[in-house]
Design a protein around this ligand. Structure first.
Ligand code: DON
Length: 604
């Protein structure tokens, strides 16, 4: 492993600041800037260094902090896929930064310590509520390059060419993350931009320690990563990876430094943009310099729905998640879901039937609103939904073949949740699409590009990698955004935030968020209990209930056999979703990192 020597003055300064803040944390696992290295450093640098440290220890460090799967805090909370990122976010909050500042720092940190999905070469959505009560949605979703066209993944006979939209240079959409972070900072940031990126720079430069799960995922994708990056010098040469290895990302640290100095231009212009374009030319991609220059994220109007006395604020198109979530919640309240015990066969059947309807609508009526008029009001109207749920009854299986998109006219992502002492709440779901995206690293730049183009419908009736169907509303067009399932969501009661939630999981994102809302706000489960519950999912086609393996044991088996007797086809599968949420009860925030991953909550 590389040993990184920190030897210039400005780096020394930054190292000190972030060492100082991490020194305040009492639980210190796998953190690159450990107390012991800090101590060695102090001895080395002497008294002057210690003086700086004292200056930068914020008085907030004296308040109790927690970093764990399930943390509590009265002032602020950050929950993300990785401990390092949650910790960095919390430290920003403790320094007096707001939830938007913390979100930027967490996003860039995840680009380093969670390359499966954290990114600068991907895109995502932010859903937020400001301390003043303003609902905010930012769409930094990738776009199809200008040279993209509807049939770009079809062969001469009109058949979809395997893997073309999921692997390699042609699968890459124009990245939106850096522009998104810059827009958030411009409008809501309070701390200097470069200060929010420096922790990520240092993580890349000094290295981070990988977990068991990271090692498994990295090893699983080595063949594709190697074949698409023949001169691969990314991550480290010692393979297979194992838990405890240190990953140093020198190129990435330089790119992040550039972004720290030059803002969005540090990515969409200059040497980094040139490296992206060079990579595209080398690998037969179509993303151009103009595509990068033209990229703009967009402020959108959040969707708001009511559910059992709560206000649910969620992501509008080009996410399908918000509309589908609000449709399902509305129908479930009308079907009196509360009368059925959670995770009973009746409960599951009702969720499955509303999921079937919502995903059927998703397939036909949703796409990028800049290209396709999505009739959100119609899809969410009481009159329309009344017709949709009219025939639903517990344990009455409706084959998907009998359900059509009804409207009259038309796996690896990551989610993090943050709340600050001022009352700003931020939910961001961000992705490269598949684990490690297109598997293409930008040569000499050390970051992965997404394979988001697969979220378009390559051909009507042909499912994408998540088994999702689509039609012309989500057909490929130059400059268009591909439909998403990402569903960052905030729920309020009496204008106060009670739940910040979201998940990765492709098609299963929406149903994971749905279940999290029901578990915590209707059935009053603690967040810890809720996240530990086994999940299930239905998406119209294929017509089966996907169930996590947890359903195969204990009392759950009886529930499953009742469903099977009622005619519901069931398929067991590996994990569904990874919800990182914050629940408010009384005057306490409860942060929950999904037990399915290395996710961690940090609160103070
Ligand atoms: O935007 C979407 O819906 C997908 N690109 C999300 C992909 C995903 O969640 C993969 N994760 N497990």
């Amino acid at each position: 492993m590389h040993k990184v020597i920190i030897n210039n003055t400005s780096k020394t300064f930054e190292f000190l600041r972030w060492t100082a803040t991490s020194k305040c944390s009492f639980t210190n696992v796998n953190f690159a800037f450990s107390v012991s290295s800090a101590l060695k450093f102090f001895v080395f640098r002497g008294v002057l260094a210690s003086f700086f440290v004292l200056i930068f220890i914020s008085p907030n460090c004296l308040s109790a902090q927690q970093v764990s799967k399930n943390a509590t805090g009265k002032n602020g909370m950050v929950v993300s896929a990785r401990e390092e990122a949650s910790r960095i976010g919390m430290e920003v909050l403790m320094k007096g930064g707001n939830a938007f500042d913390a979100a930027i720092a967490v996003h860039f940190a995840l680009a380093v310590v969670y390359p499966q999905a954290g990114n600068i070469g991907g895109g995502g959505f932010m859903l937020a509520i400001t301390a003043k009560g303003e609902n905010v949605a930012l769409d930094f979703r990738e776009k199809a390059p200008a040279l993209a066209h509807r049939d770009m993944y079809l062969d001469a006979d009109g058949n979809v060419i395997a893997n073309l939209s999921t692997l390699g240079h042609l699968s890459v959409g124009v990245p939106g993350s850096v522009d998104g972070m810059a827009k958030i900072h411009e409008k809501y940031g309070t701390l200097p931009w470069n200060e929010l990126i420096m922790p990520a720079v240092l993580l890349a430069e000094n290295g981070f320690i990988i977990t068991e799960l990271d090692a498994i995922e990295m090893n699983k994708h080595l063949a594709d990563l190697d074949s698409l990056n023949p001169n691969n010098d990314y991550f480290q040469p010692d393979r297979p990876y194992k838990a405890g290895d240190t990953i140093v990302q020198q190129h990435l640290s330089l790119v992040l430094r550039k972004i720290a100095q030059a803002g969005k231009k540090g990515f969409y212009d200059g040497p980094v943009a040139a490296m992206i374009v060079r990579e595209m030319t080398k690998g037969g991609g179509i993303l151009s310099f103009e595509d990068l220059q033209n990229y703009q994220s967009v402020w959108r109007t959040p969707l708001v729905g009511k559910f059992y006395g709560h206000e649910v604020i969620t992501m509008p198109p080009p996410s399908s998640g918000g509309i589908a979530l609000l449709q399902m919640l509305y129908m479930l309240e009308k079907l009196k879901i509360k009368n059925y015990p959670i995770n009973s066969a009746e409960y599951i059947s009702l969720l499955v039937e509303v999921e079937r309807l919502a995903y059927a609508d998703r397939s036909q009526h949703m796409g990028d609103p800049d290209f396709y008029k999505v009739d959100a009001a119609g899809l969410l109207s009481a009159a329309y939904l009344k017709k949709r749920y009219a025939n639903i009854k517990p344990l009455a299986y409706t084959p998907s073949a009998n359900v059509k998109p009804g409207h009259t006219e038309s796996e690896q992502t990551t989610h993090f949740s943050i709340i600050d002492q001022f009352g700003n709440a931020v939910a961001i779901t961000t992705t490269l699409n598949s684990r490690f995206g297109s598997k293409v690293f930008v040569s000499n730049a050390g970051f992965l590009l997404n394979n988001e183009m697969d979220d378009f419908s390559s051909k009507p009736g042909v499912p994408n990698q998540f088994g999702l169907l689509g039609d012309s509303a989500n057909a490929i067009q130059p400059g268009k955004r591909m439909l998403s399932s990402m569903t960052p969501t905030i729920v309020c009661k009496n204008k106060k935030t009670v739940l910040i939630t979201g998940s990765p999981g492709g098609a299963t994102i929406i149903t994971s968020v749905l279940q999290n809302i029901l578990q915590t706000l209707v059935y009053n489960k603690s967040l810890e209990e809720a996240l530990a519950m086994p999940r299930f999912h239905h998406q119209w086609y294929p017509d089966k209930i996907y169930m996590e393996e947890g359903w195969q044991s204990g009392i759950f088996t009886m529930v499953v056999s009742t469903l099977e007797k009622a005619g519901y086809p069931i398929q067991y599968r590996d994990l569904i979703g990874r919800v990182d949420a914050i629940l408010k009860k009384g005057n306490m925030y409860y942060g929950g990192g999904d037990p399915r991953g290395d996710d961690m909550a940090a609160g103070y």
